[in-house]
Design a protein around this ligand. Structure first.
Ligand code: NAD
Ligand code: TYD
Length: 352
């Protein structure tokens, strides 16, 4: 039986990956390692908690001794590394936290894998889940491909770029079998309401202002989280060692257009008059160093592994809204306590 370590499996994307692996691969023993930071929540994976091939481990990837002991004890065959500090705005106020978890934490996992695998790499794999933000910002034209030079602009993307480089360096220097994927913006169930889509759903439900940064013309490529989890499964099993794959939704939206679509769908779901939620749109001061545009060329994963998104944006957004509307307890739990403090600090006094 293969032993697979998934890090960050109580977070947004990680919870969907853990669920997929635990339910689809009963012959794997899945270990979910998560520090349960503000972004980690055991409620996200409560449905699989009792599965016989699943073990949750609470722990911090920054603690090298703990990580080394864990790898020695369980002798993992594969690692899917998703644990990270993931929010750009938080990286602007506390960059060091991002270096600790995203860079040092990744190094600790790489060192532990290298030690237990000790040059016997047969059937072993280290998979780093990364972001398209490492490539920096596009102008009005063009797409990020796997050969686009790294040019990160935010402390978050700089930390992810750094960890990508270390993963690749361990592959070149020590022969560690790795794969890296760089994915565009995800949305979907279990998304912590600090990122655009879940924050705005939460605010629309509560009739609170929708804080659009700058002129709202910033552009992102959006992918439904379950389609990302499907791609991760495919790359883990069929991707080539020492390769990078870009994952994207073929789905670019200017923020303001996305927000208007979200408002329209929410009006219908909440039985509000047409245009009611749009009245909540409020332009606020811009994010420093805000990347203008991300857009992914996902043709490599499409051609080599046959992956493409399974839902349209309209379908994915509707599923997402439905999930939030039927999981108001979840929203209430994650937005009590420290969330209120974060929200005050981030959004107070920012109206343009
Ligand atoms: P998230 O913030 O929702 O979850 C991160 C998880 O990591 C949480 O469960 C948290 O408790 C855990 N964690 C944080 N620090 C830890 C530490 N020191 N030790 C152990 N666990 C720790 O993040 P997400 O959006 O699910 O992103 C997962 C991964 O995917 C990240 O590596 C991120 O860079 C990458 N990614 C995210 C997106 C996106 O749109 N969200 C897109 C592309 C790539
Ligand atoms: P976000 O969800 O934070 O993801 P990322 O910064 O990793 O792309 O932001 C998506 C876009 O939405 C980005 O251009 C910033 C913008 N944004 C707002 O306009 N208002 C907000 O309150 C947030 C959180 C984001």
């Amino acid at each position: 039986m293969k032993k697979i370590l998934i890090t960050g499996g109580a977070g947004f994307i990680g919870s969907h990956v853990v669920r997929r692996f635990v339910t689809k691969y009963p012959n794997y023993q899945i270990f979910n390692l998560d520090a349960l930071t503000y972004a980690g929540n055991l409620e996200n994976i409560a449905d699989i908690d009792k599965s016989s091939n699943y073990t949750f481990v609470k722990g911090d990837i920054v603690d090298a001794d703990f990580i080394n002991d864990l790898f020695q004890k369980h002798q993992f065959d594969g690692v899917l590394h998703l644990a990270a500090e993931s929010h750009v705005d938080r990286s602007i106020t506390d960059p060091l936290a991002f270096v600790k978890t995203n860079v040092i934490g990744t190094m600790n996992l790489l060192n532990a894998a290298k030690t237990i695998w000790a040059n016997n790499f047969d059937g072993k794999r280290f998979y780093h889940i990364s972001t398209d933000e490492v490539y920096g910002s596009l102008g009005a034209e063009g797409l990020f491909s796997e050969t686009t030079p790294y040019d990160p602009n935010s402390p978050y993307s700089a930390s992810k770029a750094s960890s990508d480089h270390f993963v690749r360096a361990y592959g070149e220097t020590y022969g560690l079998p790795y794969v890296i994927t760089n994915c565009s913006n995800n949305y979907g169930p279990n998304h912590f309401p600090e990122k655009l889509v879940p924050l705005f759903i939460h605010n629309i439900i509560n009739n609170k202002p929708l804080p659009v940064y700058g002129d709202g013309k910033y552009t992102r490529d959006w992918l439904y989280v379950i389609d990302h989890a499907i791609a991760i499964d495919l790359v883990f099993h069929e991707g080539k060692n020492h390769e990078t794959y870009n994952i994207g939704g073929f789905n670019e939206w200017q923020n303001i257009d996305l927000v208007k679509l979200l408002c329209q769908q929410m009006d219908v779901k909440l039985g509000r008059a047409v245009g009611e939620s749009e009245k909540l749109i409020t332009y606020v001061k811009d994010r420093p160093g805000h990347d203008l545009r991300y857009a992914i060329d996902a043709s490599k994963i499409n051609k080599e592994l046959g992956w493409k998104p399974s839902v349209t944006f309209e379908q994915g957004l509707e599923k997402t809204i439905d999930w939030y509307l039927s999981n108001e307890d979840w929203l209430q739990h994650v937005t009590s306590g420290a969330y209120q403090e974060y929200y005050e600090k981030q959004y107070n006094g920012g109206v343009m």
